[in-house]
Design a protein around this ligand. Sequence first.
Ligand SMILES: *[C@@H]1O[C@H](CO)[C@@H](O)[C@H](O)[C@H]1NC(C)=O
Ligand SMILES: *[C@@H]1O[C@H](CO)[C@@H](O)[C@H](O)[C@H]1NC(C)=O
Ligand SMILES: *[C@@H]1O[C@H](CO)[C@@H](O)[C@H](O)[C@H]1NC(C)=O
Ligand SMILES: *[C@@H]1O[C@H](CO)[C@@H](O)[C@H](O)[C@H]1NC(C)=O
Ligand SMILES: *[C@@H]1O[C@H](CO)[C@@H](O)[C@H](O)[C@H]1NC(C)=O
Ligand SMILES: *[C@@H]1O[C@H](CO)[C@@H](O)[C@H](O)[C@H]1NC(C)=O
Ligand SMILES: *[C@@H]1O[C@H](CO)[C@@H](O)[C@H](O)[C@H]1NC(C)=O
Ligand SMILES: *[C@@H]1O[C@H](CO)[C@@H](O)[C@H](O)[C@H]1NC(C)=O
Ligand SMILES: *[C@@H]1O[C@H](CO)[C@@H](O)[C@H](O)[C@H]1NC(C)=O
Ligand SMILES: *[C@@H]1O[C@H](CO)[C@@H](O)[C@H](O)[C@H]1NC(C)=O
Ligand SMILES: *[C@@H]1O[C@H](CO)[C@@H](O)[C@H](O)[C@H]1NC(C)=O
Length: 529
Amino acid sequence: MASSFSRKPHRNRLRRVPERAFALLLFLTLFSCMLRCTECVSSSNMILIVTDDLDVELGGMTPLKKTKALIGEAGVTFSHAPFHLGFFFCGVKYTATPLCCPSRSSILTGKYPHNHMVHNNSLSGNCSSRAWQAGPEMQAFPVYLSKKYYQTFYGGKYLNQYGMNETGGVGHVPPGWDQWHVLVGNSQYYNYTLSVNGKAEVHKDNYEKDYLTDLILNRSLNFLESRSPQHPFFIMLCPPAPHSPWTAAPAYQNSFTDVKAPRDGSFNKPGKDKHWLLRQPVNPMPNSSINYLDNAFRKRWQTLLSVDDMVEKLVKKLEELKELDSTYIFFTSDNGYHTGQFSLPIDKRQLYEFDIHLPLLVRGPGIKPNQTLQAPVMNIDLPMTILDIAGVNISALDMDGQSFLPQIAPSLRNGTSRPYFLVEYTGEGHFTKDPDCPKLGPGVSQCFPDCVCEDAFNNTYACVRAFKDNNLQYCEFADDEAFVEVYNLTADPHQLENIVKKVDPTLLQAMNQKLIKLQSCKGDSCRNL
Ligand SMILES: *[C@@H]1O[C@H](CO)[C@@H](O)[C@H](O)[C@H]1NC(C)=O
Ligand SMILES: *[C@@H]1O[C@H](CO)[C@@H](O)[C@H](O)[C@H]1NC(C)=O
Ligand SMILES: *[C@@H]1O[C@H](CO)[C@@H](O)[C@H](O)[C@H]1NC(C)=O
Ligand SMILES: *[C@@H]1O[C@H](CO)[C@@H](O)[C@H](O)[C@H]1NC(C)=O
Ligand SMILES: *[C@@H]1O[C@H](CO)[C@@H](O)[C@H](O)[C@H]1NC(C)=O
Ligand SMILES: *[C@@H]1O[C@H](CO)[C@@H](O)[C@H](O)[C@H]1NC(C)=O
Ligand SMILES: *[C@@H]1O[C@H](CO)[C@@H](O)[C@H](O)[C@H]1NC(C)=O
Ligand SMILES: *[C@@H]1O[C@H](CO)[C@@H](O)[C@H](O)[C@H]1NC(C)=O
Ligand SMILES: *[C@@H]1O[C@H](CO)[C@@H](O)[C@H](O)[C@H]1NC(C)=O
Ligand SMILES: *[C@@H]1O[C@H](CO)[C@@H](O)[C@H](O)[C@H]1NC(C)=O
Ligand SMILES: *[C@@H]1O[C@H](CO)[C@@H](O)[C@H](O)[C@H]1NC(C)=O
């Protein structure tokens, strides 16, 4: 009774003086607009999607048709947008290191591995370790975004060792994140535990309730609906796809039945003049290996169809909320992948283009449609670019990357791209012999069918990847042979021939000098080459 009594006169008052209500509404609108404009330097929202193990060289973007169209040709789909709001950038993007935890640590900190000190996927290699939490994580990009009043959301895989009891368990929520829906451990599609803002949430394997790619999308849509519109938002979504165990959504488990891994380039070629690990596999590969990798290839694509749905639903929601024109969307991966290249069944962790070259699509304000850029950018550039958009003074940051806003939106920023950069990797191994492959000694890991091991402690290398005048890659191994590999990517895009013995020694010396400098670079010295 009381409530209906109190509501009635309120309605009457409004009906009698609608002009007063209108004035109030106008005031509130202006006030919220003022808030938005004074407090927040930037009003651009951002979404960063980081897939797990998605390649670009083997056609990894092929199943992502809606992603390519919606991030790529949105100018057409949403034609009400003014012409200066552009939409597409398809760049040449590299990872500073081809392994999940070190690469994700680079994406968060803008640092090369030698500066964030995360060397492998283990706690002992600093993956989500106490040292990481006390150091690099405190200076990761979300910290600066939140200082600029961004509302932030993270959903999905974070770092491979996140949520371990030794390091604070699910109660550890890194600084800068307002909403935290993050997977404990490595990629899973079902039967996982999430940290939901510091509380454990256990999931089983019911598709409607638990499928991780869909779940993080749903939570991000809730975040978009319930957030306070005065502040810009930043959403980071890290689906498990297309990482193993390659569990597709029920609707997609019969897709791509005829698809096989591509047979071109270096597929099933011997790695004869390459470092010792590449000289091990039997060539040509046995059928068992080929069947195994074809199956993995197909299942990877199946899991990506849910990622494609994710992008579509996000874009639709942004359009519904009238936020699409003020939102940048970045779509990328942590490292590349190979299936049969140089007779290696499946993995990443190698220096070749298939493992270090990644997809990158960006749409957003100031980006011209349908651009394909040749200037290389890196994963360490993502935080600098994001913070540049957010209006942070990026020259004051302790990061090794550089903003690529000048490359994607020259109307907003001037700047040049770097002529060369570093790729560095610390090999993983086991101290004991692999029981399935007793012929192999200790020190190796990632052994796939037919005992082809794809990593080892001495698969530790550093490379200079140069562009412009010399489209070259120069790599040195920390192994017993001090092995060197050199490729001319112009003449030999599939890296079939190691030209170390043919190339002019003065060029080798110059590359070696560049490598030494890059391996100890920090901040400006990584950029001003
Ligand atoms: C982008 O390029 C595609 C293919 O050339 C074309 O169909 C589309 O209209 C272009 N989109 C924009 C926004 O220019
Ligand atoms: C882990 O990182 C800390 C600094 O964050 C560093 O002192 C330590 O040496 C690193 N550990 C390894 C194994 O690199
Ligand atoms: C952490 O400890 C709890 C309680 O002992 C246990 O249930 C859980 O499985 C542990 N989590 C991990 C990731 O080891
Ligand atoms: C999830 O765990 C249950 C219980 O251990 C198991 O029966 C089921 O097969 C698992 N589901 C998946 C998709 O791995
Ligand atoms: C996500 O939301 C859709 C639409 O409401 C629903 O059908 C689906 O079951 C949800 N999935 C998960 C894993 O929450
Ligand atoms: C391996 O597969 C190829 C092509 O399918 C086939 O021709 C060949 O007979 C198979 N070899 C063996 C040993 O099964
Ligand atoms: C940005 O930071 C640099 C380096 O700390 C400083 O020299 C410069 O004055 C700052 N610029 C602004 C606009 O605050
Ligand atoms: C870029 O540099 C040119 C030439 O110096 C200048 O005219 C232009 O205003 C600059 N653009 C931006 C976005 O700073
Ligand atoms: C990860 O790095 C640490 C520190 O270098 C090392 O002790 C550990 O053996 C490495 N883990 C693997 C699996 O290689
Ligand atoms: C690399 O390490 C493996 C395993 O410990 C060893 O068998 C091999 O000889 C080493 N190769 C080189 C070139 O250092
Ligand atoms: C790389 O190949 C291109 C094209 O064949 C050639 O012009 C260039 O001289 C080569 N560079 C080196 C360093 O061999």
